[in-house]
Design a protein around this ligand. Sequence first.
Ligand code: ADP
Ligand code: MG
Ligand code: ZN
Length: 627
Amino acid sequence: MKMKPVKKFSFSKNVVTILLVFMIMAAVSSMLSGQFSQIREIPVSELVSEIKAGNVKSIKVEGSKLKVTLNDDSVAVSKKEDEAALSQTLSNYGVSAEDLAKISLDVKGPSGFGFWLGATLPFILPLLIIVFFFWMATRQVKGANLQSFSFGKTQARMISPDDKKEKVTFKDVAGISDVKEELNEIVEFLKYPKKFIDIGARIPKGVLLMGPPGSGKTLLARAVAGEAGVPFFHLSGSEFVEMFVGVGASRVRDLFKVAKSNAPAIIFIDEIDAVGRHRGSGVGGGHDEREQTLNQILVEMDGFEPHEKVIVLAATNRPDVLDPALLRPGRFDRRVTLDLPDVKEREEILDIHSKGKPFAEDVKLKVIAERTPGFSGADLQNLMNEGAILAARDGRKKISQYDLIRSIEKVMLGPERKSHLLTKEEKKITAYHEAGHALVSSVLPHADPVHKVSVVSRGRAAGYTLKLPVEERHLYTKAHFLDEIAVAMGGYTAEKIIFGDITTGASNDLKYATEVARSLVVRYGMSDKIGPVAWGGRYEPIFLGKDFSSEKDYSESVAKEIDAEITRIMGEGQKKAEENIIKYRQVLDEIANVLIEKETIENDEFDAIISKHGIRPKKGEKEAVQL
Ligand code: ADP
Ligand code: MG
Ligand code: ZN
């Protein structure tokens, strides 16, 4: 557990306060004793000699204080020991009884506020200081608690819909029109909840925004709140877990409470993977604090009803590590993926961030967009800013194209971006590779249809082809598996046919195809040669990761046969891919060229391309598969 120090006890401030109290007390006590201040103070010895000289008229005794009135009516004060009686003291000093008899003695018990205070102050003052000190200290602790527990005020940042400066709408988010369309439903609900509630529509409680860093997840979440005109409560997952155990959970509780009292509202949990990691997957049973926080999020999300009009948005760039419990219905059951922008989107983003920046005539944002594949929205914003800085440094009033081009490199040299960037040649290879997958997928009858093809890098793969299964399937046929293997080999095969060489980009595909082939033989008994036996059946729950390895429960000779069978199936898959790629070479070229130019082909456009060549598009619906 990481502990954050409680707000530093501000000692200097306390010292000042205490000094102040001291000074006030000193002033009060000196004021109270002020009545004596003008009066002459005489030692007992002098008093004694005055008495002996017969100059003393009367003595008033108040405790140890003596108020002496002389014959000339002047007044003096003196002191005696507390315990001893005055007569005793005086006789000790040698005053005779006769001398004493001439003086009127007025003995009063220790009384009078000033006197009383004077007597008790030495005891009470330290006590008061101690009490005061404790009081200050408890106040400090309370303050610290207030800080960590009520974060409506401090921790969660709220953006109110009236905050014109902070307000962001869909207009400020370039591209990703499909995502915006999907989120529009949420906006509608927050704007006109009655319409939806009356008809009994179930509105998602949680939407998970997934995408690489800088792809605009935070921006988009804010834009949803801005569009709907509702308050936006923003908290980062890592902020939940930085303090003491239990604080995260209570922060979650508070966050939801505050949001509900401000409903309709949006709660945005950024970087939810910081709390929402697969529970219990870490060594040593996981992280208590994180688990508690996550559990509380789940409890809160289960606990509120649609009429409470609070929608939870969350963002992550690691959807793969999320706890499956988060993704269950009634929680983050709506998932939206933000990809890195393609050429057109990049130009739009550059355009948005060129607002308020004076450009020279030679600036062509389209050219910049073409030169920045793999840049995220944040990178592009950064690029624009760097351009402005370069111009300003040279003392120019306008940003030139050259400034922007130089900025590309500057941003590229920034953290980790380089690996995403494709050279022209790499882009061409990637385009043919993805086109190969897509083409084979659309011509083989049992393969899933293509949803989207892209050469914009995503994760570690250079490009990707998204396929949509025709319907949600629970049973897969052997024919389907065989076609899928051919599709997976499509990228590899296309590279080989077009460039006469293969790249490392195909390695994932080969791994995937081999896995499918192995399952087909070993697990599903679909191979005629090996027969209907399921081998390696024991898939143990593994301590560290998920499916670590399966136990081998067959002999070496069977292993040899299995390997031979897998190799045969793979070879057949490759042959099938090759035949189709050669047969439809023209289509392949066209898909690849469009990819080189536009970087991304959505399903409608893809269908249009293949239809033109007489291939009938298939229709798919469900969850996309990435190759
Ligand atoms: P993420 O949360 O996905 O890491 P952000 O939302 O913080 O990314 O984006 C960082 C910045 O990049 C934003 O503030 C915005 O200026 C810019 N940006 C990202 N995507 C877009 C986009 N689609 N349109 C306009 N600006 C964008
Ligand atoms: Mg963010
Ligand atoms: Zn591939």
